[in-house]
Ligand binder design. Structure first.
Ligand code: TNX
Length: 551
């Protein structure tokens, strides 16, 4: 076994995975460091066990349970979980003291004697299991018994993520989705080491989570989806159930009720003729209620920043969603409010006040990057995060919303629409998706500028009007996120079709080191090619992109 070093310390990368035999050629995201162990092969057999070292705690046991649940249906083997010394043929999971592995890294040793997976934290064990899954033959994903053989070529992997935030966003406001669909997507994304689920639950066309004391928001605001498709909402118990389900897959939920724009559903809930009490003062949109906007229009609604009722409603929403959400973040939207509806000053006042409201409820604010216009640099302002989504030229004004955020000390989540938006069409005449940020195939997701896919050099510094706005570097970047808006997406199958095979590219950009022999499009499409069979075996939809040499 050759020596293994971590990303960042890696002077000359070790053996390229493309040259390695066996399952390494299917691992996505590509591990930071992997070396083959020549002449060694692990075989999972009828007598193999999952061995959990003592002291692992409940989370480690759960990872072991999840691994067993994956291995049993396709192998037909019992795969018991044992707290015992490992025997040849076993898979051992153990927590170790290894600061270099951080909260999410893992070490995976596969030899003829067995598999040893170690990590400093249970999340690392979970991610190691996802890698082991991809090292095994694709038929491991079968839900019925297959003949095998269940072999893995000898390999030693030491893997840590580049960014701490690797997200998906799902819009359940434009088209309602029941919890079961979201849970499936959580499982599918967690397999690629995505660790954040940003749930967009309030927009013009719907408000999707029950708020105690404010039945209007869901009784009125949740009735519909776009095109008069059926609406719906989650009870708070259903939301908590999804939060817990995601947490079991080491995924943190961030709720988003978009404000002050994208609020037609809230406004209608209080300003419609049936509503009691009627609160016309919350409405600063250019529409006179009752107007249900069930089209894909954007940029026409706004809550009035001067209305005490606006703040009473928002306080209830922020307080309750914050209390139900264990993660550190609350996303308050902030996108697409035309100055013709709220002047710059009124918008800034709104954002400053909303950020304070979020802080008062113990969360860190995230908003779409327009919020960087507000006073996040004022003395005493809490740290906050801007989510960059522009599809404009990042070297030009297109990058300014993120530069302003950096200038004010905010962190940035990178979601450039033309490289991460999963609701964009995959070919020009696709019945699914919009195209305002482009028609985006795998290559557009992988290549952010030229053939580079480095978030940390995507937005360079820019001098404008004698002022130099800063570059957005890794020191500023919390991570990456692939949003999925749902104007045209109705079913879980639609969501899967849009997510695969593009989402794993964003996952790789978020996880894998930028400088690595296999961190490139050619290697990515080769590695993801074997996943089509895996997805089919799991009953998961995907787009058979012509850019991938499907096996
Ligand atoms: C723009 S991107 C929006 C959403 C739409 C999306 C459609 C952003 C922050 N706002 O309201 O759903 O385009 O792709």
């Amino acid at each position: 076994v050759q020596s293994v070093v971590l990303a960042g310390q890696l002077a000359a990368p070790a053996a390229p995975a493309a040259a390695a035999p066996g399952g390494l050629t299917q691992v996505v995201p590509v591990p930071a460091n992997a070396v083959t162990v020549p002449g060694e092969t692990f075989t999972l057999t009828r007598s193999s066990r999952i061995v959990v070292a003592p002291g692992g705690g409940a989370e480690t046991s759960r990872v072991a349970d999840e691994l067993a649940a994956l291995l049993r249906p396709s192998t037909g083997y019992p795969v018991p979980i044992a707290a015992a010394a490992p025997r040849p043929g076993d898979i051992e999971l153990r927590l170790v003291t290894a600061a270099e592995l951080g909260d999410e890294g893992y070490r995976l040793d596969v030899t003829g004697a067995g598999v040893r997976l170690s990590a400093a934290r249970p999340a690392g064990l979970f991610y190691g299991v996802q890698t082991l899954r991809q090292l095994l033959p694709p038929w491991i994903e079968s839900r019925t018994v297959r003949p095998g053989p269940w072999t893995v070529a000898g390999v030693r992997i030491e893997d840590v993520p580049r960014y701490e935030y690797r997200g998906i966003m799902l819009d359940i406001a434009r088209h309602f989705q029941p919890p079961a669909v979201v849970k499936r997507y959580v499982d599918q994304a967690a397999a690629y080491k995505i660790n954040t689920l940003h749930l967009h639950v309030g927009d013009d066309q719907g408000f999707r989570i029950a708020i105690d004391g404010r039945p209007e928001l869901t009784e009125i605001g949740a009735q519909f989806s776009i095109n008069n498709d059926p609406g719906g909402y989650w009870t708070q118990a259903e939301y908590v159930d999804v939060v817990n389900y995601a947490a079991e897959r080491f995924m943190t939920v961030i709720p988003e009720v978009d404000t002050p724009g994208h609020t037609n559903a809230i406004i209608m809930s209080y300003a419609g003729p049936e509503a009691d009490p009627v609160l016309p003062d919350v409405n600063c949109s250019n529409r006179t209620p009752p107007v249900w906007n069930l089209t894909t229009a954007v940029g026409y609604s706004a809550l009035c920043p001067e209305s005490p009722n606006t703040w009473a409603i928002l306080t209830d929403i922020v307080a309750q969603l914050s209390a139900l959400t264990p993660g550190p973040y609350y996303h308050f939207g902030g996108d697409e409010v035309p100055a013709s509806i709220l002047s710059h000053d009124r918008f800034v006042d709104f954002v400053d006040r909303k950020a304070d409201l979020v802080t008062a409820h113990g969360k860190t604010s995230i908003g779409w990057a327009e919020i960087s216009q507000a006073n996040f640099d004022r003395p005493g302002a809490a740290p906050a995060v801007a989510q960059f989504w522009s599809n404009g030229n990042p070297a030009g004004a297109g990058g300014d919303s993120a530069r302003r955020a950096v200038q004010k000390g905010m962190k940035v989540v990178m979601s450039p629409a033309n490289h991460t938006y999963l609701d964009m069409r995959q070919w020009p005449t696709s019945p699914l998706g919009l195209a305002w940020a482009g028609v985006l195939d795998v290559s557009h997701f992988y290549h952010w500028s030229g053939t580079s896919s480095d978030p940390g050099s995507y937005i360079p510094a820019r001098t404008v009007g004698g002022e130099t706005l800063p570059a957005v570097t890794d020191a500023d970047i919390l991570g990456v996120e692939a949003p999925m808006w749902s104007e045209t997406l109705i079913t879980g199958a639609d969501i899967e079709f849009q997510a695969f095979p593009r989402l794993p590219a964003t996952a790789e950009i978020g996880w894998s080191p930028n400088v690595h022999p296999d961190r490139n499009l050619a290697s990515y499409v080769d590695r993801v090619a074997g996943h089509g069979l895996r997805w089919q075996l799991r009953g998961q939809n995907f787009y058979p992109s012509p850019q991938v040499p499907w096996q």
